[in-house]
Design a protein around this ligand. Sequence first.
Ligand code: AHR
Length: 497
Amino acid sequence: MKPRIIIDKNAVLGKVEPEVFGSFVEHLGRCVYNGIYEPDHPLADERGFRKDVIAAIADLHVPVLRYPGGNFVSGYDWKDTIGPNRRTVLDLAWKALESNEVGIDEFAYFAEQVGSEVMMAVNLATDTIKSAHEIVEYCNLEDKGYWANLRKEHGREKPYKFRYWCLGNEMDGPWQIGTKTAEEYGIIATEAAKVMKWVDPSIKVIACGSSASANPTFPMWDREVLEKCFDVVDYLSLHHYFTYLTPEHDLGDFYGSAMTFDHYISTLQSTLEYVKAVKRSKKQIYFAVDEWNVWHAFDGSNKVVKDWELGLPLLENHYDFADAVVVATLLSTLINHADIVKMACFAQLVNVIAPILTEKGGCLVKQTIYYPISMISKAFAGTDALRTFSSIKKYETKSHGAAPEIYNSVSYNKETGEYIVLLVNTSQENKDIELIFDQDVELISSDVYQCDDPHQKNTLENPFAIIPSKETIEDKSKNRTHSVELGLNAIKVLIFK
Ligand code: AHR
């Protein structure tokens, strides 16, 4: 018998907030310099940002951009990045040079060009609480005080009104400049958030959770930080990256990665519920999964090419079709946690573990992972994720426990009356699946991204090797049951009405 998914539009899990399809721009490698910003490029705009990159980002539908780091933020001095005089400094996080040519005002301009909000991070590792409330003054206040007036002097009359503020980055990690214990971090994060909100009570703040489920302090870190910061924070930040965990790069195992992601989110949701119970509180804190992606280091791309240089390649992954499949399953997992995950940022946007790869002075390529992000964000943002029942078989993996042969997410758009279905075939064979709806519906569109060869890539030489296509719909009848065919490694987004 074919596997089945039972779909009921009233079984709402939670809204898929558009912010779940956010991204991340860090001053790292060629993400900013020689990535989004390349003033000598023939397609650079009057402020030095590449127009072809801006156009490619538009189709990713990215509502929010986390900035400026990452590990970078723990050495960041925002006051070096504003006004006419910029100091060139060492970036200890990535052993690079930082010219500060792109600062707050330049990045805010770029974000406006791509239609995104900035999710700003403050440095709670080596900078002060005072500096954290002053940056909020600079960015968000109309005209009160020195910093807001300085922004106006720098040519930006209206405040940016950035809504989301990260309280540092990965403060649990020993690789971080100024790592802290959960207690130390809990105290500084609480105090910083308190005064930042005194300056602008409308902001939402995000506390650092564990930076990976493999960290020895997971999930105690999260419990303790939540206990300390509970009353002032709005989101807890989660980070997770995935790669092959078997020496032979077993595909079935890699395709099970999202099971670890799912377990990570569920464990932290339980941790949050525990703290809520201890506090006897009804306050709801949400999760910002503000770094997630596939990240391979086995190709040597994690190595700094040359110390103390500006804009050299670092963490540049050349993604294949298997990576696109895993990215689709990770997005499916985020959608299937729509009750608690209200923000997420795929890391990163350009060149650094990114869907867009640029050539200095030349073209760009939309990597394989670009397409599932684009297809899924366009279809699911703002809809209601549904809980479904399914009879999809699972298989055992070495690293991630039992994983489904077909990942799925289903949502409902109450404005248009459309059901949106994401199916990802990880079974390594062709599959048929049956969708059973709560009413008669017709298939109105079917976008497919599929490739038999999991190791096929889009490259600068062959940038359109694998692109999505729209399937012709033969059967336009309205039925409660629809059968869907899935080719090898297929990612499908279907809309029914
Ligand atoms: O995204 C690359 C790095 O991964 C970020 O700087 C850091 O936060 C994480 O460890």
